[in-house]
Design a binder for this molecule. Structure first.
Ligand SMILES: [Fe+2]
Ligand SMILES: [Fe+2]
Length: 137
C-alpha cells in the first residue's frame, strides 16, 4: 500500500490537535506498511489497536477543547467520534472473519480521517478563531 500523505488541510489551527492528527496519520501509515510487508494478523491487530486507542485519546482531547470554547455542535461532533470507534470495531471483526480486505479497511480509515478532519474538525478551529477575533475587537 502507498504511503498516505499529510496535507495542511488536516490542520485546524490548534497545535495540540494538529500534532495529534499527524500522529494519527503516521499510525495509519504504520498499518499500511504492515499490510505492504505482508505482516500476519497478530501484527495487524497490534497496529490497529494502537490506532483505535490513539483515536479515543485524541477524541477526548478534541471534545474537551470543544467544551472549553462552548462549541455549539459539541453533541453532534461527539456522536461522530463514538460512531467511528464503534464502526472500527465492527469492521475489524469483518476483517478477522475474512469478509473485509485489510487494504479496504485502511482505505476506509484514511477516507474517514480526511473527511472528518477537513469537514468537521475544521469547524472547531474556525469557531475558536472567530471567537478570539471577536474578543479582540
Ligand atoms: Fe480530530
Ligand atoms: Fe473530531
Amino acid at each position: 500500500m502507498h504511503e498516505i500523505k499529510w496535507l495542511s488541510a488536516y490542520q485546524i489551527g490548534n497545535d495540540k490537535i494538529d500534532e495529534q492528527h499527524e500522529i494519527f496519520l503516521s499510525l495509519v501509515n504504520k498499518l499500511a506498511i504492515d499490510v505492504r510487508n505482508g505482516e500476519g494478523e497478530e501484527q495487524i491487530h497490534t497496529t490497529f489497536s494502537q490506532i483505535v486507542e490513539f483515536a479515543a485519546f485524541h477524541f477526548s482531547d478534541e471534545e474537551r477543547l470543544m467544551q472549553e470554547h462552548h462549541f455549539p455542535e459539541y453533541e453532534t461532533h461527539k456522536r461522530l467520534h463514538e460512531k467511528i470507534i464503534q464502526t472500527l470495531g465492527e469492521y475489524f471483526v469483518l476483517y478477522q472473519e475474512g469478509q473485509l480486505a485489510i487494504e479496504d479497511l485502511v482505505r476506509f480509515i484514511v477516507n474517514w480521517f480526511a473527511r472528518h478532519t477537513v469537514c468537521e474538525d475544521s469547524k472547531i478551529g474556525n469557531f475558536i478563531a472567530e471567537r478570539s477575533v471577536a474578543r479582540a475587537i
